[in-house]
Design a protein around this ligand. Sequence first.
Ligand code: NAD
Length: 391
Amino acid sequence: MLNGEKLIQRPLRWGMIGGGRTGQVGYKHRTGALRDNTAYQLVCGAFDLDAERGRDFGQNLGVPSERLYDDYKALIAAEAQREDGVEVLSIATPNFTHFEITKACLEAGIHVICEKPLFFTVAECEEVAKLAQEKGLIVGVTYGFTGHPLVHQMAAMVKKGLLGEIRIVDMQYSHGFNAGDDTDAGEAVKWRTNPLTAGPTFVLGDIGTHLYYLSEVVMPELKIEKLLCDRKAFIPSRAPLEDHATVLMHYNNGARGRLWVSSVNAGNMGSQRYRFVGSKASIEWSDAHPDQLIYEVQGEPNQVLHHGMPYLEEESLAVDRMGALHTEGLGDSWANIYLWIAQAIDAKQRGDEAFLATHHYPGIEAGTEGVRWLENCVRSADAGAAWVDFE
Ligand code: NAD
């Protein structure tokens, strides 16, 4: 069980680019980073494109005013002059800024925690991976749902063989937020539906990458060999990006996968659902009920496993925070992700490569694989929803 005790030498000096007062995801970062005051301390920020609003916001968060900056360039330049300068920066800005800001941070010797989809292309991911390695720095990626204890229960059950051979993977992340047209759309929808600011995809990158990464965590041995992606903009102004997509996948063990993502699933706020079907049993989990895992063994009564209960696998109990009687939610999941990235940064600072070799956290490889999956999806969709070999 995790209870906030220190797991690294001292809290990391942490700051944020973006994630300001009007930003959708900024609070999740602060919830994740600051849940344990033994992991991070918020010391600086350039929270907003509107510098004045960003300063006001930062002051209300308790950040010293001299460490609130007009933009990320000013932040990096000034923090580099301080003995107690920032050590790690989170990037919670629109997709098109991730690559440029990440590179600037790494060049300045600052570790990065970046939002997904990480960058626009695999080539950009590889360039950044090389730079991070040269500089001895960590790039974490906030796949924030994969800190839930029952995700790690699923992974442990698959590893133990409780499902038998995986045959079917069925995943869905769909909501109805964008079922109407974009006439009165806010900034967060505008940049998401423009290829210049969102990148090559809308919902595939925005929410599909969460599904894909979680499936990698649960079944790391399975690799996609071929996929077919069919995407469509039901609201024509969003084309060539998609507000709905279906992806079929063939895995290297013969398993079949089906994934659908949509932001036009009118009336539905059901969020995510995962079902992994094996030759002996199936498991199903949804972030709408993150405390419960359905476990169905063929020929036996179905079971609902509850987070935090002693009958769960050690891997799940080790990352539980609240205990079985209380809801373990998204904030706890983000706190785990942030903690695991802090441990990676701490190990990097100490030169503890042995720790890093076995420590699991969403890093540059996970971000790169997400972008690789998107590139394959787009290649298939652009070929008229054709089967393509996964490259
Ligand atoms: P948003 O439009 O709601 O907010 C963006 C924020 O960044 C705003 O505060 C804006 O002022 C600020 N900003 C923009 N450019 C900036 C710059 N150059 N310097 C400093 N601040 C800048 O966007 P959002 O929904 O919060 O999404 C931001 C990122 O987070 C995107 O990459 C998105 O895909 C990702 N996201 C991830 C999750 C998740 O679960 N991991 C959830 C939502 C969004």
